[in-house]
Structures are given as C-alpha cells and as structure tokens.
Design a protein around this ligand. Sequence first.
Ligand code: GH3
Ligand code: MG
Ligand code: MG
Length: 497
Amino acid sequence: MVSGGATRLRSMPEVADIWCMSHTDEPIPAAQGGAGETRDHPEFRHPLPRLTSKVFTDLAIWMAGFGLLIGLIFPLFVMAVGVPARYVITERFFVATVGAGLVVGATNQFLSRVVVRSRLRFMQSKMSRVEAALRQGTFVDDVCTPEKCSIPIDSDDELGEAAASFNHLVEALAASHHATQVARRFATTLSSHLELEPLVEAALEDLQNAGTHSASALYAVSDTELAVISARGIVEPGRLAAGELVQRAYRNLETVEVELPEDVLLDGGVVTFRPRMVVLHPLHVRRVPIGVLVLASAEPISGGETHLIQQLLQNFAVALANAIGHERLQRIAAIDALTGLYNRRLGLERLSQEFSRSARLTEPLGVVLFDIDHFKVVNDTYGHQVGDRVLKAVADAVKGVLRDSDTLVRYGGEEFMALLPAADEADVHRLSERIRCAVESCIVPDGPVDVSVTASVGAVSYYGTKATDVDDLIRQADTAMYAAKKAGRNTLAFASS
Ligand code: GH3
Ligand code: MG
Ligand code: MG
C-alpha cells in the first residue's frame, strides 16, 4: 500500500501528537507561580472566594465554618423532629452540637490532607525533579527518564488526569530533548564534512542512530539523473534510482510511505528480506530537487520518527547542495577545458594513488607519455585554432583506444600521459602502439586540407622496471619518450628494465 500522507494509529504518544494535544485539548489550569498568580489567572474561576494564600488553609476555614453552621442549625433540626425545646435550647446542647460540627470539620480536613495532599506532594516532588533536571541539563540522560519521572495513575478522577497529563508532559519533554540532541549532533556532522561521499555516509549513520530504521540510501542528482551516493543495508540500491518510488518522491517533492514494497530488499546478512516499511523523503532547496533519502525498516516507522527526520532534512539538503557544488567545482578545476581530460595536477594525484595501490597489491602499472611531433609547425602553418582542434581530436582518438579503467591526462601543451592500471609489460606495449596509431590516423580537416600529426611515445611498466617512486617512474617514461624523439619520432620507446 502506498500513501502520500502519514496517519496511523499508535499506542504511545509521539512528539508531534503530544504537541498537537497540548494545542488542541482544553487548557489545563496552570499551577505554576505563587497563589496570587493562580488566583488572578483569567482561565481559572474559583467556585468559592479565596480567603488566604493557601488552598488547604482555605479548606480548613470552610470546613470549620461549615461545622459551626451545622452546630447552629442542628438544634432547630432536632426540634423539628419533635424533641422539646427545653432539652434543645440549652447552653450544653449548643456547645455539644457546635463542638461536634467542629470535630467533623477537623476530621474532614485531616482526611483531605491525608488522601489528597500526600498525592499532590508526590506530584510536586516529581515536578521539582523534572524542573531541576531541565535546569541542570541532565534531563533524560540519567536523572529523569520518562520511566523514572512519571507518576503512577491510580485514580479515575481529576488527580488521575493530572498525573496522566504530567506523564504526557514528561514524554513530550523527553521527545523534544531527544530531537534537540539529534539535531545538534546532526548539525555538527553536516558542518564537519565538505566532500559529498563522507558527508552522506556520516549523515546516514547519524540518522540511523537517531531512528529505528535499519537500512538507508541517499540518491542525489549527478549531471542529469539520480545516482546512489551512499547506501547501507539495501540490496542493489542503484536499481531503485530509476524506480517509480524514488522518482515520485524526487519529482513531486512528496514524502512517500510504502508498506511491504515489492522492489526493495534489505540485506539481512545471510538472507535478504522485504522491509515492513519504507519512507522516501525528498531533499530540496527552495523547492529545487536535489535528491531523495530512503529509509527502510523491518518494523513500522513511527510518525514521530518521520517528523523528527523531516526536521533535519532542510539542513541536510543545504549541506548536500554545497557538497555537490563543491564536487562540481573540484571537477571543473581538475579538468582541462580544451580536451576534457584530467589536468596535470589531478593526473599526478591519480598516478600517485595508482602507484601506491600497485605497490600494495603487487600489481603492474603502465605509464605512457606521448608528445606530438613538430606541433609548433602545425600552429605556424594552420594557425593556433586548428592546433587546438588537433589537440582535442588527438585526445578523443586516444581515449577511444584505451580501456575504461585507464586514465588519459593532458600532461602539458601537446604532451599527454596515459595511466594503465594492471597493465603488464606486454599490455603496455600493445596499448602504447595503439596510442601511436590512433594519433597517426587522426585527421582534422581545415578547408580542403586534412591536417594530421604523429606522436613520439615513451612507455614504462612498473614491476617491469624498478621504480623507487612516482617521480622515478615519470622520469623513466620521459627518458623513453625522448629516446623515441631521437629515434626519428612517430615511434615507441620502452624504458629498459
Ligand atoms: P617536438 O617534435 O620536438 O615535440 O616539436 P614540437 O614543435 O612539438 O615542440 P615544441 O616544444 O617546440 O612546441 C610545442 C608547441 O605546442 C608550441 C606551443 O605553442 C604548442 N602548444 C602548446 N599548447 C598548445 C595549445 O593549447 N594549443 C595550441 N594550438 N598549441 C599549443
Ligand atoms: Mg612536441
Ligand atoms: Mg612538448
């Protein structure tokens, strides 16, 4: 079943509901502040006039007055039932009835203190505990969990209702406290990462710790379509990206909740299983969609949890947009504008990574440097613009003969470097020759003339030769390339082992 909004029945009050309750239910008379404040409160009407600043003292006075009144009326009542006035209108009878009235008043007062006041005292002690915990910032953590600070509801009356309201208040405070803690932690996480993947991984971890869901994935716009940036516990998250659910959340900016979805599987370690519930949250900045957060759980995800997560998403979306922008800038700064290849700086970074990887895994690594022959003549003869077109055409042609795992770098003006991971000496030989041929067969028309160039290629295979470090490897490739130039150009030279 798929539903756009979330309305479900639940037994425990949740954050949103508790706030709703406090806004929609009848206001509960506030007991805070002094008696004067309560007495003047516009929403509170006393059934009897207040006499002192203490409710139980007022009660004592009212009860004593009532006892006195009964004592005064009682003789008349006795006469009404036929007792002769001579027995009733006596000083002793009068003292006895008034005394009895006062004793009844005092007993009532005593009982109300025992029955009601003890409960109010208990409630007050719990309230003080909550207040102190809130002030000292120890609320929930250790001092006042909802279990520790709630009041047993043992009566079906106003006192019971007051206890229930108090317990709800403690739960609402606990939920609000939890939400604040989660938001604070999440804000720290968001502000401590700028790179896209580490940011998303840390954010998903935080969200998982904050909620009850067991799996999650984040999809974000990459060029034109949604791509998985990070996923935890979801089987083949990439398949979901183009699926109806993710697309619906993304396009309509709509939170989608699905029970027992057919196209989502969770990784249970040994087996895979369908989640009980999946919630898809759109991420957007000023209604411009950026991505979709998918949370999946083997248990139903509560409305409170969804509400809490939604409160975090606004900041997450902004951080995500920054990280995507940062990545784009990095990419722009790393790419040579003319050829679309990695520039020298990033090429050397890549080479460094590949060199370390190759040393660690004892895998071969090929490095090929090639320089276009007599390129100055091309510029001088056909002009700089044609020279540019030749460089672009050479880059495209060489890219076309390399493997997907290879990287082509614009190393200098008309000089290129190809990184060939896992290529042994024979592979490097074959690929270098392919590169040379690709350059030679590349033709750039300039009006009626077809402009073509050649290149001198120097190659080296790590593990084929002994290179102490990246610089040494480049030096060997460079020496080989100059050997190729010296050997008459348009040829290949291999660094000798
Ligand atoms: P060699 O065979 O010895 O490599 O001779 P060469 O002429 O290719 O070498 P040289 O270093 O003398 O000249 C390189 C030329 O490449 C000079 C420079 O203007 C040109 N060049 C470098 N970058 C660009 C570019 O981005 N566009 C164009 N059109 N030319 C460039
Ligand atoms: Mg040259
Ligand atoms: Mg050169």
